[in-house]
Design a protein around this ligand. Structure first.
Ligand code: ADP
Length: 628
């Protein structure tokens, strides 16, 4: 009988399991029970859809303990495995190939836990407590049973075995106690009962074990005898069918962590029971952190879908809108037929009604959090705010009604995140617009010349730091009837009538000079104007048309040959001494004015955080000024 080696990544994981410093070794039992339950789900589902004639009551999980021989067994009468399945399922972890170590040197405790947490490496956790593991299994409908045996990293063997009925029996040889670790406890009924109650109470099949009860021997006063009884250790009621009053946050959180492989508690749970046009129970969770692959293509959204307690789909994407794709959880509805195929499900009317109603529940929960626990909401926002903003932008603003009141932006007033509702509620009487400014960081935006005058007028500005922000606001057009306006829009209509008059005169007097400057910049700007938005700075860039300079920056990072460009306008501050200098040069030295124009344009680019076209030329021009 030849021994086969584990696939490389499985081997490393195993090694990690065996030498794990992971403190919750007891979770091995939860993992094995969960596998057993899945296997029974599969067979029950098959029975229902193919009329095999098995009923739910036919299924059970059995645990046995043999203290003397240090043996713990877990037996199920689920679907079992064929030889190939045995090889594929237990010889390699995550056949999909999606399993990758995040950290090549996953040797710290935290990494251990993360790997266990994120991938739910189920079966292998047996090696945390067992020195060898035997799996005897017979696939439903097959005549031959097989035995898989392994002592750990060395590899495993598969041989033919005798097993009467279908299903799987897992035999663990529990390790000897060491100075640091007590393994004996996994051979005590009391401890095992406790672990089952704690982690597997909701499993919908009975988990049975012979439990000893000692009592006084009849006719004696100090002699005890033990009699054994087969007990069902779990209550079997799925947590989502229990009433809310029965459940504590802790129960919800435990269930979440084991079911959805997260090491952290969720930030919120939503438990709803709905009757009416659609009848279903839903239990949903908002994770506290974005999974590492959340903002990548690999992430798959979806909720588990049950029909009357039978799992029919693991990740039903149609139940969740993209903007809430971070939600984990499950839906159990009697309205759905077991036989429904994925394709049919997509068009199922009932499913659509449920999805719509879940969307509302999620929004309500977030709104509640925003109102009642701002700190928590900001934590949520940090993890998933980007997704909400994409939700506003995607689908041509389809989601804006749903999402507009969930948005947060950093405020120049409050120096923290505020909602649009809060912004609008404190707008000044004469204020027409919701002002915003875009940039890489809050600090950089705060120093932008364009923000100065608006701030000076006492208006609040929203600081946009994510690339999607401005696109999302453009999609929204307005909030509460107030339009959004970029402080870099050039024409903010902030002047008093006197200032307007003065501006008119100056515009007239500088018309020719500005035309000259524009010419000398040779098409790099669409226009040169007197600025209405600058207060103390000399120059800045604004844009005409719908594409802002910030948006041009975002688009320029996307792989495309002809990226759209903003129509740039060079604005010059008439109240800055440079204005007089330019005027003088226009009369006396046009060549020098050309050099100055070029320098001013480049300065404006730098202030915007844009690259300048010819840094060497720019530097030379400055130097020649300095050595004049
Ligand atoms: P996971 O359960 O996350 O897929 P495991 O390593 O726990 O990962 O199990 C790997 C696979 O082995 C399972 O997906 C299942 O197909 C199979 N398996 C494990 N335990 C059983 C069992 N008791 N009965 C039938 N199949 C099983």
């Amino acid at each position: 009988m030849s021994k086969k080696a584990f696939k490389a990544e499985s081997k490393r994981l195993l090694d990690m399991m065996i030498n794990s410093i992971y403190t919750h070794k007891e979770i091995f039992l939860r993992e094995l029970i969960s596998n057993a339950s899945d296997a029974m789900d599969k067979l029950y589902y098959k029975s229902l859809t193919e009329n095999i004639g098995l009923s739910r009551g036919d299924f059970e999980i059995n645990l046995t303990v043999d203290k003397d021989n240090r043996i713990l067994t877990i037996t199920d009468n689920g679907i079992g495995m064929t030889k190939d399945e045995l090889e594929n399922n237990l010889g390699v972890i995550a056949q999909s190939g999606s399993f990758k170590f995040k950290n090549e040197n996953a040797d710290t405790e935290k990494d251990d836990i993360n790997v266990i947490g994120q991938f739910g490496v189920g079966f292998y956790s047996a090696f945390m407590v067992a020195s060898n593991v035997t799996v005897e299994t017979k696939a439903y409908g097959s005549d031959q049973a097989y035995k898989w045996y392994s002592e750990g990293v060395d590899g495993y063997t598969i041989t033919e075995a005798d097993k009467d009925s279908y299903g799987t029996r897992i035999t663990l040889k529990i390790k000897e106690n060491t100075e640091e670790e007590d393994y004996d406890e996994f051979l005590t009924e009391y401890k095992i009962k406790g672990i089952v109650k704690k982690y597997s109470d909701y499993i919908r099949y009975p988990i049975k074990m012979m439990v000893g009860h000692s009592h006084l021997k009849e006719g004696t006063e100090d002699e005890y005898e033990t009699h054994y009884e087969l007990e069902t250790l779990n209550s079997m009621v799925p947590i989502w069918n229990k009433s809310k009053s029965e459940l504590k946050d802790e129960d919800y959180n435990e269930f979440y962590k084991e079911k959805f492989f997260d090491y952290d508690d969720p930030i919120a749970h939503i438990h709803t029971k709905t009757e009416g046009t659609a009848t279903y129970n839903a239990l949903m969770y908002i994770p506290s952190k974005a999974p590492f692959d959340y903002y990548s293509k690999d992430y798959e959204k979806g909720l588990q879908l049950y029909s009357n307690g039978v799992l029919i789909m693991d990740k039903c994407a149609d139940l969740l809108p993209d903007c809430f794709s971070f939600v984990k959880g499950l839906v159990d509805s009697a309205d759905l037929s077991l036989n429904i195929s994925r394709e049919m499900l997509q068009h199922d009317r009932q499913l659509k009604i449920i999805a719509k109603s879940l969307e509302r529940s999620i929004k309500n929960e977030l709104t509640k959090m925003l109102r009642n626990d701002r700190e928590k909401y900001e934590k949520f926002w940090k993890a998933f705010g980007l997704q909400i903003k994409f939700g506003v932008y995607n689908g041509f603003g389809e989601g804006k009604e749903l999402l507009k009141d969930l948005l947060l932006f950093y405020s120049s007033f409050e120096k923290k995140y505020v909602t649009l509702e809060e912004y609008v509620s404190r707008m000044k009487e004469d204020q027409k617009f919701i002002y915003f400014a875009s940039g890489e960081t809050v600090d950089k935006i705060d120093n932008l010349p364009q923000t100065e005058l608006v701030k000076d007028k006492g208006y609040e500005i929203l600081y946009l730091t994510d690339s999607v922000d401005e696109f999302a606001l453009q999609m929204m057009v307005d909030y509460g009837g107030k339009q959004f306006k970029s402080v870099a829009a050039g024409d903010l209509d902030l002047e008093t009538p006197e200032e307007k008059e003065e501006m008119k005169t100056k515009t007239e007097e500088s018309k020719d000079m500005f035309a000259f400057i524009k010419d000398s910049l040779g098409g790099r700007v669409k226009d040169v104007r007197l600025s209405k938005i600058l207060k103390s700075h000399a120059v800045c860039l604004t844009s005409d048309g719908i594409l802002s300079i910030e948006m041009e920056k975002v688009l320029s990072q996307m792989p495309s040959e002809h990226n759209a460009k903003a129509e740039k306008v060079l604005e010059i501050n008439a109240n800055h001494p440079i204005y007089e200098t330019l005027k003088k040069l226009y009369e006396t030295d046009k060549d020098k004015l050309k050099v100055y124009s070029d320098i001013l344009y480049n300065q404006a680019l730098l202030v915007e955080g844009m690259p300048i076209e010819n840094p060497v030329d720019f530097s030379n021009k400055i130097c020649s000024l300095m050595t004049e």
